[in-house]
Design a protein around this ligand. Structure first.
Ligand SMILES: CC(C)(COP(=O)(O)OP(=O)(O)OC[C@H]1O[C@@H](n2cnc3c(N)ncnc32)[C@H](O)[C@@H]1OP(=O)(O)O)[C@@H](O)C(=O)NCCC(=O)NCCS
Length: 173
């Protein structure tokens, strides 16, 4: 194993094509709040809006140095951030890194929110039947704060809002 570098870097224009493919993977679409296949025009409009919005930040997750997923922060304001993520489902499966990438992207996103963005609280919204991601979040200490119903493609779906507070720094006695 040479390169074990796993981190986040800003999304840029050159990533747009590959990221669109990841976002349109059936398993990512079925986990999302908008499940249609996103076309280029919508994708470019989304990116143009993200770049102008200081409350949003989209990052590429590199696993062992390979671009493997996207972390999207939104509603970033002092002390608070919300996030979502998706992986290059096929790529991490082919490389036998699915579990490691899920753990790595979660770890990297939490560190970014608390250390780089200065959030005190990090929240996420997950479809209630997305048990894998809910248990991943629990594993990192997220707790459920709310369940609500939202329309996904016109049908009501239950959503769980989860929250993680930044651990307080222990003072030495
Ligand atoms: C997967 C997940 C990030 C998708 O969230 P989402 O709210 O459906 O979509 P996003 O936050 O990506 O996008 C929000 C908006 O941007 C739009 N958009 C357009 N192009 C987009 C693009 N290329 N990427 C993302 N959003 C895009 C979406 O259509 C949506 O528009 P709307 O607000 O008008 O409906 C989110 O549901 C999540 O974090 N789920 C838990 C983790 C998970 O299961 N991940 C997938 C498994 S690998």
């Amino acid at each position: 194993m040479s390169d074990t570098k796993s981190d986040l870097r800003p999304l840029d224009d050159a990533d747009l094509g590959v990221v669109l493919g990841w976002r349109n993977h059936p398993r990512v679409r079925e986990s999302s709040f908008t499940t249609h296949a996103i076309g280029w025009a919508e994708h470019r409009a989304w990116w143009a809006a993200v770049r102008l919005d200081p409350a949003r930040e989209v990052l590429v997750y590199r696993h062992d140095g390979v671009a493997s997923g996207v972390v999207a922060f939104e509603h970033v304001r002092p002390g608070h951030a919300e996030w979502g993520f998706y992986l290059d489902v096929e790529g991490v499966e082919e490389r036998g890194q699915t579990l490691a990438a899920w753990l790595g992207i979660e770890r990297a996103a939490i560190a970014h929110a608390f250390d780089a963005r200065g959030a005190a609280v990090l929240e996420g919204h997950v479809l209630a039947d997305n048990h894998a991601v809910l248990s991943l979040h629990r594993r990192f200490g997220f707790t459920e704060v709310e369940r609500y119903t939202r329309a996904v493609d016109g049908a009501p779906r239950q959503v769980v809002r989860v929250r993680l507070a930044k651990p307080s720094t222990k003072e030495s006695a």
